[in-house]
Design a protein around this ligand. Structure first.
Ligand code: TMP
Length: 394
């Protein structure tokens, strides 16, 4: 049974940055109700009514995975590690974005699946790219044109696809018998522990845990056999899934994480009700802090126009009355306005200057990288604000 535990209100599509805030473009802005629920049977946490993927993953899709140094390095390292451990002859990535992972493999070995045409266009000259949504029809098409796949990698994508049944059946069909599926997604335990409720937005239809992934893949004759904790996106899990148990032994780290998640109560609805209460308190505290700083005539901006901050701004109803603007390094976000709250986005070289007193860390998951980069700002007394793990000035 699915039970609701968190209502984050009316939300826009997190990646739909607006080129103009004219009356006619605002009229077209799409909103949906972001309600989060828990499945008491398989322990899966999900968005109650997911948005149609065709509205989300368009040829205007803004996110470039290679935009951050942290992520470029993370994808390079995992590519080398997987190559060494599984020695795959054929590698496929579901949701290949701008090719930041696949570019680490020999060109002939790889198959890219990416439904956003603007991103698929970036990789199609370099390697075989299928510019379509992942489903059984596509799996069949790829199989007709290639051998079976030994390594399927998917980072921050499986949790975005509403139809899990079709997703895993299509994976089962194309995976070689000894093949391995590796999935990376934000981890539910991190969200609960650090109160990062902004991990809930339209694209994150599911937030997985080891407990829920184990139950789900077993429904499709697949087996979770290993797992790793990774720091990406503020705390993620990397799941290793195979077809045949006999080829891969259940790792002790998987047993440990399953035990830890049970201890944390990720199989218990009560845990999520308590979490929802903490989220509400976080909202109150953040708004109170911004109000106080504004009263003191401080200039506040936001650092990083992230999808996560779309959830925070729209849930807390904070916009240009608090933030003068947002700075972001992504070219195709610059000059635009944030979804829902319509805060203007500037390139850092224009906006991150002497006049800024406080910068809210929209990209809190890159805190280390940002702190390193912005030493000058900190040295001259500039301060960052974060809501993770608690609302505070850092
Ligand atoms: P993400 O958390 O959804 O990957 O988005 C991170 C955003 O933050 C992305 O648009 C780039 C931006 N960003 C900056 O503007 N400056 C930085 O130093 C970093 C690391 C990210």
């Amino acid at each position: 049974m699915k039970k609701n535990f968190l209502n984050l209100g009316n939300q826009p599509i997190a990646n739909s940055f607006l080129s103009s805030i004219s009356r006619s473009s605002l009229k077209k802005e799409y909103f949906y109700k972001l309600i989060i629920c828990f499945n008491t049977k398989n322990f899966l946490v999900s968005v109650k009514d997911p948005v149609n993927p065709k509205i989300q993953y368009t040829d205007q899709y803004a996110h470039r995975a290679s935009e951050s140094q942290t992520m470029r390095e993370a994808f390079r390292k995992i590519a080398i590690k997987l190559q060494k451990r599984f020695k795959p002859k054929k590698v496929m990535e579901i949701g290949s974005n701008d090719g930041v992972f696949l570019k680490n493999f020999p060109k002939k070995k790889v198959v890219a699946v990416e439904p956003c045409k603007n991103l698929a266009n970036l990789t199609k000259k370099k390697f075989k790219t299928y510019p379509f949504f992942w489903n059984k029809k596509l799996s069949k098409k790829i199989l007709n044109e290639n051998s079976k796949i030994d390594l399927i990698f998917s980072s921050n994508t499986i949790s975005h696809i509403p139809n899990l049944k079709e997703t895993f059946q299509a994976i089962y069909d194309i995976l070689s018998n000894k093949g391995v599926l590796v999935i990376e997604d934000p981890s539910l335990s991190s969200i609960i522990k650090i109160n990062s409720y902004d991990q809930f937005y339209d694209e994150h239809v599911y937030v997985f845990s080891a407990l829920s992934i184990k139950n789900i893949v077993e429904e499709f004759n697949l087996k979770l056999f290993d797992i790793e904790k990774i720091s990406n996106h503020g705390g993620s899990l990397r799941y290793y899934v195979c077809k045949q148990e006999k080829n891969y032994k259940l790792s002790s780290r998987l047993k440990k994480i399953l035990k830890d998640e049970t201890k944390l109560g990720l199989n218990n609805f009560k845990t999520f009700k308590k979490f929802a209460n903490r989220v509400y308190k976080s909202k109150k505290k953040l708004v109170a802090l911004l109000k106080r700083l504004k009263k003191e005539n401080k200039k506040i901006i936001s650092y990083g126009a992230t999808y996560k901050s779309t959830t925070v701004f729209n849930y807390c109803k904070i916009g240009t009355e608090y933030f003068s603007y947002i700075t972001d390094t992504t070219k195709n976000k610059q000059g635009k306005f944030t979804p829902g709250m319509h805060i203007p986005i500037l390139p850092p070289e224009k906006g991150f200057n002497e006049s800024v007193d406080y910068a809210y860390l929209g990209a809190w998951n890159f805190k280390k990288e940002i702190m390193k980069k912005e030493k000058k700002f900190i040295k001259r007394g500039g301060k960052f604000i974060t809501h993770v793990p608690d609302v505070r000035i850092v």
